[in-house]
Design a binder for this molecule. Sequence first.
Ligand code: ZN
Length: 546
Amino acid sequence: MRRLTSAAVLVLAIGCSKPAPPPTPPVGPAEEQIAAESLVQHLKVLASDEFEGRAPATPGGEKTADYLAKQLSALGVEPGAPDGTYLQQVPIVESVVERNFVLSVPGNTYKYFTDVVAFSGVEKPRVQVQGDVVFVGYGINAPELKWNDYEGANVRGRWVMIMVNDPPAPVDEPTLFAGNALTYYGRWTYKFEEAARQGAAGALLIHTDQSATYPWQVVQSSWSGTQYSLPPQAGEPALGIKGWITDAAAKDLAQRGGRNLDTMRAAASKRGFKAIALSTRAAATLMQRSARKTAANVIGVIKGTNPAQGVIYSAHWDHFGIRDAQPGDAKDADRIFNGAYDNASGTAAVLEIAKAFVKAPQRPARSIYFAFVTAEESGLLGSAFLAANPPLPIDQVVANINIDGVNYLGSTTDMVQLGAERSSLGPMVEAILKERNRTLTGDTHPERGYFFRSDHFSFAKLGVPAISLSEPKQFTGANAAELLKKQEAYNDKDYHQPGDQYDASWDFTGGVNDMRVLAQLGWRIAQQADQPKYHAGDQFAEVRKK
Ligand SMILES: [Zn+2]
């Protein structure tokens, strides 16, 4: 102090005469509250054998919902379900189609499992569809792209035959249907939804290995046996029969209808295609056993100073339960799907983020919802029900941040977010990462359509800007290559298997960093004047405008 120069004394003197304002307290979530220890504590409980693999509508599932509601309450997070409790009961229809199903055309029948796999959009024990068959190409009605495969076609009460995937982008329109990336118009779920909107009674998706990106065996295993769905809402159009048909059976059907399937497919790949009515009829009777079940979404809220709008964090709590014993199983075979990574980790992470908001020095402007949704593994059912029955009007839900799996392999420089390239949420998360010397990567495989495969999509579909955390690739440290191999090994061996279990060697350093970024992101979304938006031209940009 004695060695101060006269200039420094002058500065000090000025400082004394005009005292600096007191330092402003840090505003934002209490990020330091997010910790690996507490994350692991929750994860170990949720992924324990006592929770029996967390299948919806089972004792293990109920235990899970109960645990989450208690944790929210203990944290001081208010109930956030529309009825003022922590639990939103989701009705689930469980159905099994009898295997004697056949699809008949004059001159031939196509057998269940071998040629065709079918299920129903309605809850009746016996569903009959008979009528003319119309080939509707890709079955897409996209006004913003001026593409309508149904234009001028009469499909009411009839069968439609549909190609899966997007039409190829023509040379003069290289970005049509997002070029190489898969749009929602290419997804099989969209094909059925649009066929129902058009009034069709039955819809048959034509399977090819290339267009579906998986072999017929996957169709057989995925869409036979027990199926789960939400009950159709009153007034919502529903297909009597939804089916997949093999390429060979579809070719035969087309031929009996006086057409060549390949010729029709070529025509359907070009603009201006018109749906083609085949000169044959088809008939099928589907018998099914169905039962109603319920499972709960668990929802908490931290009310903002402007509670009319909100941000929703989501993570699915459910997994596959306990696998049936199979002949050849070892006596002590592990049959419990613990789902430690998928998605006990994401569920625990949302609890940690909730804690960071509870301990924040200030309330956020918009409300923050924490939604633990059910039945994701059976087709995003819990999140679809929540988006259809939200605690705020859906156009007041300004963003959804979804977590399906948290990095347990150590710190990374990158973060991968599905959907980052679609909306203004991308630049927001990128800015936060940049402040922390990290980088953002978007969807690394847009052609695989991962964006449509977890709960954020239920919100995106209704126009809510949404992102979902995905697997990072840029591990720091000398063993980075080894960690990538470990990540791959999990995907090959343990993903959706009883082997997805907690391991004491898991390192959540990177996961905790990610949670802190996501807590900060939710906070900034809650504070900023403007609502996040889909970029112009994105498939989901139009929904909110309507
Ligand atoms: Zn999952």
